[in-house]
Design a protein around this ligand. Sequence first.
Ligand SMILES: N[C@@H](CCC(=O)N[C@@H](CS)C(=O)NCC(=O)O)C(=O)O
Length: 308
Amino acid sequence: MSEDRTRDLSDLTEAQTAEIDAILKIYREGSHEPDYQDVGTLLVDPDATQGSIEIDIQFPVWSRLGRVGQIDVLADWISVLTQVHDNLLIDEENQAGRYKLFGTLGAASLAPQCVLAQAGQPYEFVEIDIAQDVERDPAYLKLNPHGRIPTLIDNGEVIIESAAICLYLADKHPESGLAPAIGSPDRAKYLQWMVYLTNTLQETMLLKIYSDRYTTATDADGVNTSASARLQGILDFLETSLKQQDGPFFLGNDPSTPDIYLNMLFDWNPDLENGSLQKADYPNIQHNYLELLKRPKIAKVFLDNGYA
Ligand SMILES: N[C@@H](CCC(=O)N[C@@H](CS)C(=O)NCC(=O)O)C(=O)O
């Protein structure tokens, strides 16, 4: 959250405090459930000033502000209320520092789940139905405009992109042991593998899974076949790279987020299901997975997500 939106509330008059209390009472009594739409709305134009009050505030705060009557007063109130509202949401979202992770079992939220589990961090998992024919909740689209998963909320901060969430969480919780510290010799390779996995393996996997999105032709077979060939090349490269390590993992003997990420993605390959590709063709990737599963917290997440 940007600091310029905060304001010292200690200088509020008694009347102002009473007004805020009354607004918060509306929330607490449940006549309005604050939701992400509200947060989104308030965050869109937090620095609203006189003349730019085109803020679509969709809850009773607006009517209470309206009763105050003056546009310049409203602008000031919006900044106060933004802070109060943010604080209120932070309390609600982050009870005891709880993260909120929007995801789907078996999908790209698995890796962030593993990092949170390994770090011993409690979190709320909000399941999103990502089936093609299911319309996304507009409130979710405000958090993640592509309607994809995962999305993490940490202390009111919204973070999208699975790999970014993993990198962020692993750095924030070094106790997870899943990220070499900045400046350590392994750091470069660690970043290399995370970026390679997300922008090469994952993207090609999506090309294979959602082939029809990558062509205007009625038949996506060409895209699909070419994605298979590219996937094999990428997996061959990963297999050889793992073989060259001193241990089963990308960084040798200690697992880190790229190992989790690789195994999250590996299982998505439809060619495994249709039999044109065998897991046994990639013994080093398989060994990497089995060694990863020796970490009970990570193993539980994979199993809970339906991985064998
Ligand atoms: N680059 C994004 C991709 C996320 C992604 O494609 N998620 C898939 C599930 S694994 C999804 O939400 N699919 C539904 C859709 O694209 O409509 C990330 O890594 O977070």
